[in-house]
Write a protein that binds this ligand. Sequence first.
Ligand code: F6R
Length: 242
Amino acid sequence: MEVVILPGTKQIGALAADAIEALVRRKPNAVLGLATGSSPLPVYDELASRYEAGGLDFSQAHGFALDEYVGLEAGHPESYREVIRREFTNRVNIKPENVHGPDGAAEDLEAACQGYEDAIKAAGGVDLQILGVGTDGHIGFNEPGSSLASRTRIKTLIEQTRKDNARFFDSIDDVPHHVVTQGLGTIMDARHVVLIATGAQKAQAVRDFVEGPVAAICAASILQMHPHATILVDEAAASSLK
Ligand code: F6R
């Protein structure tokens, strides 16, 4: 695990975009793992402006979202499928049919989760997975106590995560209780993982997963076992590291 401390979100966005640009140039049909939330936004902004400037081509690339709420109607602006479209894929030339997300509205959620695992495999696996981290150390929506070997499945959000995400909804009552999320085993299969954490509210989680033991109580700590994990943090998020 390499930890890179940078002055701010602009530099973090640029460094993560450099990794994605290099990948897509080397492998035009690269499979990108896409996170939602605030942390990856500077990366998506940077990639969109590099695409607009010309020369960056996503026409053969694929995208797989990390997770999705259960219970939001199709097209809900805060469904992660919509967020990924709005924040990234609609801003570059990736084909809509090449962008996938777990189906949180499926009647048979278990079958949909298995289908999602199969789709990732059929695409050749994720080349580069972008991640944020929750204040409780979750990645994807693998809340504390998630099995380190877990695959895509249904999870219940803890109250803190619902509070953290209430800023995207009119009220906390509108934040779903359940999600479908790639498991920790699924995330660990990605060839390169780039995790972004910014702001003082992430400092404890960063310290726990970078310097603490590998343990299910802090899901992101599994990344210590990943052969190629890059952690991009600003000074505030790095402030509790020893
Ligand atoms: C989002 C996701 C979550 C977020 C995490 C941090 O797809 O899987 O793990 O990355 O909750 O969210 P932000 O970046 O909004 O602080």
